[in-house]
Design a protein around this ligand. Structure first.
Ligand code: ADP
Length: 455
């Protein structure tokens, strides 16, 4: 069910219940009032007749005549007067006799002084009347036709007003709810039109301060992020294809050239060596991409265990030196270690080694002496590793970009690469809730510093 319908029904239900309660209260209150007023009226009528009979000495026949001559005698108040011994002294019309008085009823009236009750639609009053030290019992009974008619009219008036008010509320409620939710509808329509080809579209924010404005703003920010990541995915894919095409084109070219005519063994060996070099570049690239994909996983899906930083660094160093035996990598502690926990982290062994290898290789390949000095340090919470070289340094304008995938600095001609290493390392360190920073000066050297929470 749509929110607008739900809201409307909710408020309508609440309002209808309150209105109904109000109408029922008015009706019940009026009904009670009518009944009490009519009992008072009956009492007055009985006393008036008794006064006429006893004080004004109006003959009973005259009173009966007046009663019977009333235009609607059937509905007139019928009065009867008894003495305490249940002897009938006066009756408006014995042949009509609306109330069958009994000895029991008379005794009850004497005892309670006054009683009121209903018999079908009749209202009856019985009361004790004193005249010249004599006690009489008066009863009066009638149908409050006029009062009941007015009560009925009130009932219909309340019912009709209820229906009219509820109908007006439905119309007004529908109008206001749709007006209030119109911006949401617009957002839904607009968002529905956004696809991968028009990610630049944004939702118009009419009032930034209300909830709908906030929603639209949040959507726009989400679209900003989506567009950004979509763009970086696009450039990532085009970078990959470019990186793949270059060595593949080189391999194809070298092999085609070699096939044009017969060559000497030395020439074939040269072609094979060149092709092998390009193939190794492809292998490095695909390994880098695979690692990048692994580092992009959710932390929870990656196996983590407790690892000592010095052991990890020594393993990484061995891997680097195995391939480049002319590189030199030194690992040292900045201070003495009292607690193993200070240099122990919870991490993924494979990924951390990949990050360390990248930083070691970069330090060595971008410096003439091919040396990298690593210092292990820590503070209260963090393990701090710095990878220092005295190489060619990174130009200032490159520093803000070097962590982007496939970005290679202006110094790239100094050594081969594919621009994946640093972006991969940053991802890996972030995956370990760590941070990577750098300081570099051209022709002086570079220091990459990693901070990872230790145990
Ligand atoms: P690659 O080394 O394959 O080019 P990286 O992502 O590892 O890719 O590095 C990106 C760029 O950062 C490099 O091309 C280089 O310009 C610069 N760089 C990284 N480390 C160093 C360093 N230690 N000294 C100088 N430049 C560096």
């Amino acid at each position: 069910m749509k929110i607008s319908v739900k809201l409307l029904l909710l408020y309508l239900g609440l309002f209808a219940a309150l209105l109904l309660a109000f109408a029922v209260f008015i009706y019940a209150y009026s009904a009670k009032n009518r009944k009490n007023q009519y009992y008072s009226h009956l009492k007055r009528e009985a006393i008036t007749k008794a006064n006429l009979l006893f004080d004004a000495k109006v003959p009973p026949q005259v009173l009966q005549l007046i009663y019977k001559s009333a235009p609607n005698a059937l509905f007139e108040e019928e009065v009867a007067i008894y003495d305490t011994s249940f002897n009938l002294l006066y009756h408006d019309a014995v042949q009509i006799d609306k109330v069958k008085e009994s000895r029991k009823m008379i005794d009850q009236i004497i005892q309670q002084k006054e009683i009121t009750f209903e018999q079908g639609s009749l209202q009856i009053v019985g009361l004790v009347y004193q005249h010249h030290h004599q006690t009489y019992i008066l009863t009066a009974a009638a149908n409050d036709n006029y009062g009941l008619m007015r009560l009925n009219e009130l009932k219909y008036a309340l019912m009709i007003s209820f229906i009219i008010i509820i109908s007006l509320t439905v119309i007004a409620g529908h109008y206001f709810v749709s007006r209030a939710l119109k911006p949401v509808k617009e957002i839904v329509n607009k968002v529905g039109q956004i696809t991968a080809t028009n990610l630049h579209n944004r939702i118009q924010v009419s009032n930034e301060k209300d909830e709908i404005g906030e929603l639209a703003n949040t959507f726009n920010h989400m679209l900003d992020r989506l567009e950004q990541s979509f763009d970086s995915q696009k450039s990532f894919v085009s970078n990959i294809s470019h990186e793949l095409r270059t060595p593949l084109a080189a391999i194809v070219g070298e092999l085609q050239l070699a096939l044009i005519k017969e060559r000497s063994i030395a020439q074939y060996q040269e072609v094979i060596a060149l092709s092998l070099n390009d193939a190794q570049r492809l292998v490095r690239l695909s390994n880098g991409l695979l690692d990048l994909a692994k580092a992009s996983y959710d932390q929870n899906t990656i196996g983590m265990k407790t690892l000592r930083a010095d052991e990890l660094l020594m393993d990484a160093r061995d891997s680097v030196l195995k391939i480049n035996n002319h590189y030199r990598v030194e690992v040292e502690f900045a201070s003495e270690i009292d607690r193993d926990e200070d240099i122990t982290v919870k991490g993924n062994e494979y990924l951390l080694k990949v990050a360390f290898i990248n930083l070691m290789e970069n330090a060595c390949k971008f410096s003439k002496n091919h040396q990298c000095a690593i210092t292990i340090n820590f503070n209260a919470n963090m393990l701090i590793l710095s990878f220092k070289d005295t190489g060619i340094g990174i130009p200032k304008k490159d520093i803000e970009h070097i962590f982007e995938p496939f970005y290679r600095g202006h110094n790239k001609d100094f050594s081969a690469g594919n621009g994946i290493g640093l972006s991969l390392s940053k991802k890996i360190i972030a995956l370990h809730q760590g941070n990577i920073t750098l300081q570099s000066e051209v022709n002086v050297g570079t220091i990459f510093q990693i901070e990872i929470p230790h145990l």
